[in-house]
Design a protein around this ligand. Structure first.
Ligand SMILES: [Zn+2]
Length: 471
């Protein structure tokens, strides 16, 4: 067998020359049960092992090279995979004044947004986007679905070494000018983003009320030809709601068969009660490479379509209140029906912070207020905060996978400073619930791709080296 073959390497692993161990009373690996008094071994950009501290040390013993450099960092709180923010616009970090306002309705918020946006010089976006990305890293977030509206903001994730997808936003195109100007403009911007070496680029068709039909047909085709993912604002505003009926879901419905709708707006104007989700489904825009932001006005039939197509939802509960979307998302129904869920903060233009745990706390309360009774709520929200967000961007399996701590996964970690009680099962459950409900603002260190990129007093620097236990 060729010694360069990955299978040969798996059977004859190279001795490890440098390993960093992160130990804590409670580790939440997400893809397995919580680990008490656990250790995560990291070498290079990847996790080597995760388990109890004793098991990891024992296992490493036979894997270390002679004279290997082993460093152990003890954390007194909880270690999780780096969090995933499944919907944001990092470039609007400079527009926090809009997010601090109060509005009478969604269009009021839109007007306030446009006033500030139009008054800003294009050269603010780069620094604004990078500042937002840094805030995320400080909050323990290591990946995001970031929508980019101005090219200057495209490298926000890359500037911090974060993972996720930078989605180029496409909005305000009619069918006619889309074909003549829109496509070439899009291709130009995607080309520029590729030249900048951005790790992962996607496309974000903005919303059914800012794009007519042709771009919603073409954009998924273009993205799929280029192996890019899609992210859409969908079912955010009341005008995107339909009647809660499946009359218009089947392809043979006369409304679809006998009519070419120039836009969703035209369909609504003519009195048809299809939802925006049904409309985009008929156009072939949905699929497992798509995730949507908000999903507030999703009926039972809409939620069924999302499940059927494998479309995940990024819930942004605080943003929905500030922009006055008219109601909260059906969190309980999504959970009970089994939709793929993640959490986003949206941008500071519609949210008080970029800490996704603030939205997690609100989702916990919303789910309970809506009648969700099961005792797995904290665990399900942790899943949304990590591998759920990864899955919505197609990054939950395979090489470079994120949102989980297991052998071979990308070493993205967050370190939360919350009271830990592992003396009893009830204490462990309380600890996990505390993280979900009160974890915002408690991250003290962040590791991205094996590098300690944020250290707010969690580990002494320069970190002290631990002797090889065999010595
Ligand atoms: Zn948004």
């Amino acid at each position: 067998m060729n010694i360069h073959d990955p299978l040969y390497a798996a059977a004859h692993p190279e001795p490890l020359t440098q390993v960093t161990l992160y130990s804590a009373p409670l580790i939440i690996p997400v893809t397995g049960p919580v680990i008490l008094n656990g250790t995560i071994a990291v070498s290079g950009s990847r996790v080597v092992h995760v388990g109890t501290r004793r098991w990891v040390w024992d296992t490493l013993e036979s894997e270390l090279a002679a004279g290997a450099r082993v460093e152990e960092r003890h954390w007194h709180g909880v270690i999780t995979p780096g969090l995933v923010n499944a919907h944001t616009h990092l470039q609007y970090t400079v527009m926090a004044e809009v997010g601090r306002g109060t509005y009478g309705g969604f269009h009021d918020w839109e007007r306030a947004f446009d006033d500030v946006y139009d008054g800003l010089d294009g050269n603010v976006w780069r620094d604004s986007a990078r500042a937002g990305a840094r805030m995320m890293v400080q909050a323990g977030t290591t990946a995001a679905a970031d929508i980019v509206t101005d090219p200057e903001a495209a490298d926000a994730l890359a500037s911090q070494g974060m993972h996720g997808v930078a989605y180029w936003e496409v909005m305000n195109w009619r069918n006619s000018d889309w074909k003549t100007a829109g496509i070439s403009e899009l291709v130009g911007h995607l080309g520029t983003m590729r030249q900048e070496g951005l790790p992962s680029i996607g496309i974000s068709p903005h919303a059914p009320y800012t794009l007519e039909t042709a771009p919603f047909v073409d954009l998924p085709d273009i993205a799929r030809q280029l192996d890019m993912r899609l992210h859409i604002h969908l079912a955010e505003t009341p005008m995107e709601a339909g009647a809660d009926t499946d009359d218009l879901t089947i392809y043979s419905a006369a409304a679809w068969r006998d009519r070419h709708w120039t836009s969703y707006t035209e369909l609504k104007r003519e009195g048809l009660n299809a939802s925006a989700i049904q409309f985009l489904d008929q156009l072939g825009s949905l699929g497992p490479d798509v995730h949507i932001a908000h999903g507030v006005w999703a009926s039972a039939e809409d939620r069924r379509i999302l499940r059927q197509r494998g479309v995940g939802v990024a819930l942004c509960p605080r943003s929905n209140r500030i922009t006055v979307t008219g109601k909260d998302a059906p969190v309980r129904a999504y959970l009970e029906e089994g939709n793929l869920l993640a959490i986003g903060t949206d941008s500071l233009s519609s949210s008080p912070s970029l800490d996704v745990l603030d939205d997690a706390a609100m989702l916990y309360d919303l789910a309970r207020a809506q009648g969700y009774r099961a005792n797995d709520l904290s665990h399900r929200i942790i899943r949304m905060l990590t591998i759920g967000g990864a899955q919505e961007m197609g990054m939950h399996v395979g090489a470079g996978r994120i949102g989980q701590v297991n052998a071979g996964a990308t070493a993205d970690l967050a370190f939360f400073d919350i009271p830990v009680d592992i003396a009893s099962p009830a204490g462990i459950e309380t600890t996990i619930e505390t993280l979900v409900r009160h974890g915002a603002g408690t991250n003290r260190a962040t590791v991205i791709s094996g590098r300690l990129v944020y250290n707010h007093g969690a580990f002494s620097a320069p970190s002290d080296e631990t002797a090889d236990p065999r010595a």
